[in-house]
Design a protein around this ligand. Sequence first.
Ligand SMILES: [Zn+2]
Length: 337
Amino acid sequence: MAHPRYVESVIDVHCHWDRTMLPGCIRDLDAAGIDIGVHLWDAALPPAPYETQSAWDEFAPRVARCVVPDLSTIGQDGWAEALRRSVLRAAERGAVGIKVWKNLGLHIRDTGGKRVTVDDPRLAVLWGVAAEAGLPVAIHVGDHPDFWGPFDETNPRYEELVNHPDFHFGTDEFPALSEIHESLERMIAANPVTNFIAVHFGCFLSPGALRHMFQTYPNFHVDTAATVADMGKAESVEDVRNLFIDFPDRILFGSDLIRTDWWLMPEHMPLPDYFAEHWRFFETNDKNMPLPLPQSGDWTLTGLDLPESVLPLFYRDNALRLFKFSPTVRRMLETDS
Ligand SMILES: [Zn+2]
């Protein structure tokens, strides 16, 4: 569907299809108005080895996929070398990036039963092989701050927590979100030659914290998956817009399109309408826009009205620079603009 202003191609760097929904992926991309979708992961744990997931490759070049290392075996004999080899093999077979999920820092424990932190030095092998293979790391650690809040009606995401109680981390069982963010920063600082894309707008950092990260770490990037509701709050929209203007090569378009047999995002809304809301949010200064589902809250969105010069970088070119797309993808997108 038409964008308010942008006319070129779009890469969505944050999509998920599982095997049951995979046959519909091209239809989904067409309905959404997406040229290339980066399939991060099918949301299964433990993640399946890359080579067993070749069904996704039938939908190349429209769908490009990432390798998802199984970090739950950390500390076992031969773990590091096996991980390194599996990433290199995946890169050879066409993986465009690496996906790391929030179980790192929250759930994963080593063989000694100790929780593995995001900056655990044993993970240096992963960040190192990412750089070696030329793959960016799309990393989701921590989660929305509301998920550390009280589990009751006072929580703006209460309804979502009722549907997904496992999203709640506001107990002694889990580290504070600030601890996870500090650990993420130490890890990014310690691995300057690896490109990181902290998904969900920097793993839900505040605009002020994001500015610090962009200024300090040239290898730090973010996507916009499932964070439109926060970005468009009247009180933060100006700060967010300035981040796009001051750091135009660090922010990538991602939607968090989820199509699995147990989780749909969006759920009760046609894809063309859902994505039209996104285009309107990024490209206009409209006010009083509805929150994209499933986020709930009593505020409305103000559009970011991104400058003309930022839009191609945000929607396509930053992704083309960072991900290891095939020559076919590159040719496809070059010829249409
Ligand atoms: Zn996601």
